[in-house]
Design a protein around this ligand. Structure first.
Ligand code: ADP
Length: 448
């Protein structure tokens, strides 16, 4: 096992990784920007290294500074968390070239899945069903139009390098295609430095269902069940749950039967998530995320497996002892993403947290780096915490969620806790009867 791990991230996920390390007896090295000098992940780590100014490009994305921090501190491995460099194949390769273990998949798999067009091709070869769409990137407007006519409107323009819902544009009618293509290209170029766009049929009311997997890189592989992440705003997840209220045992088994042979064939290493849209009883592959996901705690709650610990064990070459038949699923779990933002306008709301009182009690987990008096800096993602509740049944889980949200006090800044409280009382959510556009429709209906 490693003696020291460098955590190349910040906020709640840096803390989450620190906790897994401590429970394995591993020392931790935090890195931070000057804006995060007082942050909880820095305070709790055994050592910390300042890697640059607030701008993420100069700090949390600064590969030479992070490698230097690992060398100076004598860390043996680097955990990238999610976001920042987690899905940067070049970073993973540089980490390994410098003789550190990368706590994640091989650079080759990160590269493959990071290019969504290549990932689609490979997924099809591996027998995963795809949403009807263009074979590759569309060269120009005329090609896009030809493809769209073949697929049938509405279509979705997607960025080959996409992530976080950026570069995605829904097109209802032919005449809107040229402008949408220009906009999608520009957005993708700005966000990813790559303007390759492909087309997919736009599914009108699918659910987002994903399977969590762990592999040892030599063909041993287990799955930890599915998560339903259909409550989304702007194609970004807001609430996630496990198991999915939409699947029965047969459908659940069918999902695992699709994914597991494919990933065994890839000899996938580490934690990964294979994402699908699910409509009319059919699963359609959309992408694979080659990293720890924000929503991993709901899976941990229902399986009792510490996914971060397993990631670290796999990277350290410890024997892979998980067996599918030993993995048991207990009860139901729901996660709310707590963001520093206005609950109605969604304007980011950084600032000083004047009061902080997280909920507790049975079945409640909080993953957050907040404390009373801390500052939420304006430079990074607005996610400031995650509330995860676990119950014997979905109903118990819903009741627990409401009472935990009612207890949660974050003073001094706006948060989306009021939105979560409102959502937890809606018929659709209580019945588990929602799809990926439901939340957008709900928000549109709520506007005056
Ligand atoms: P990103 O990598 O940007 O997160 P994904 O391909 O994972 O993009 O899709 C994110 C979300 O966008 C999905 O969960 C779904 O809500 C929506 N989406 C993606 N593809 C389609 C599609 N073909 N039809 C309808 N919605 C889609």
């Amino acid at each position: 096992m490693f003696d020291k791990v460098l955590i190349a991230n910040r906020g709640e996920i840096a803390l989450r990784i620190h906790r897994a390390c401590r429970e394995l007896g591993i020392h931790t090295v935090a890195v931070h920007s000057t804006a995060d000098a007082e942050a909880m992940h820095v305070r709790l780590a055994d050592e910390s290294v300042c890697i640059g100014p607030p701008d993420a490009r100069s700090s949390y994305l600064n590969i030479p500074a992070i490698i230097a921090a690992a060398q100076i501190s004598g860390a043996e491995a680097i955990h990238p968390g999610y976001g920042f460099l987690a899905e940067n194949a070049e970073f993973a390769a540089i980490v390994e070239e410098h003789k550190f273990a990368f706590i994640g998949p091989s650079p080759e798999h990160i590269r493959l899945m990071g290019d969504k067009i290549a990932a689609r091709r490979r997924a099809a070869e591996l027998g995963l069903p795809l949403i009807p769409g263009s074979e590759g990137p569309v060269a120009d407007e005329a090609a896009a139009l030809r493809e769209a006519r073949g697929i049938g409107f509405p279509v979705l323009l997607k960025a080959a390098a996409g992530g976080g819902g950026r570069g995605m544009k829904r097109v209802e009618r032919e005449e809107d295609l040229p402008a949408a293509l220009t906009a999608a290209r520009a957005e993708s170029r700005a966000a990813f430095g790559n303007d390759a766009i492909y087309l997919e049929k736009y599914l009108t009311g699918p659910r987002h269902i994903e399977l969590q997997v762990l592999g040892d890189g030599h063909g041993k592989m287990v799955h930890l069940g599915e998560r339903d992440c259909s409550l989304q705003r702007r194609h970004q997840k807001v609430i996630e749950e496990a198991p999915s209220p939409a699947l029965n045992a047969t459908e659940r088994a069918a999902l695992a039967d699709l994914v597991m042979p494919a990933l065994r064939a890839l000899r996938y290493r580490g934690a990964g998530t294979v994402e699908f849209l699910y409509q009319d009883g059919r699963f359609f592959f959309i992408e694979m995320n080659t990293r720890l996901q924000v929503e991993h705690p709901v899976t941990e709650a229902v399986t009792g497996i510490d996914i971060v610990r397993e990631q670290i064990r796999i990277a350290a070459g410890a024997p892979f002892v998980l067996k599918q038949q030993d993995i048991r699923f207990h009860g139901h779990a729901i996660e709310c993403r707590i963001n520093a933002e206005h609950p109605e306008t969604f304007a980011p709301a950084p600032g000083r947290v004047s009061e902080y009182h997280p909920p507790g009690g049975p079945g409640v987990r909080i993953d957050s780096a907040l404390y009373a008096g801390c500052r939420v800096p304006p430079y990074y993602d607005s996610l400031i915490g995650k509330l995860i509740v676990h119950g014997q049944s979905r109903n118990e889980c819903l009741m627990r969620l409401r009472r935990a949200l009612e207890e949660y006090v974050i003073g001094g800044i706006d948060t989306n806790i009021p939105l979560h409280l409102a959502l937890s009382g809606t018929r659709a959510f209580v019945d588990g009867d929602y799809h990926v556009r439901w939340l957008e429709d709900y928000l549109a209906g709520r506007q005056p």
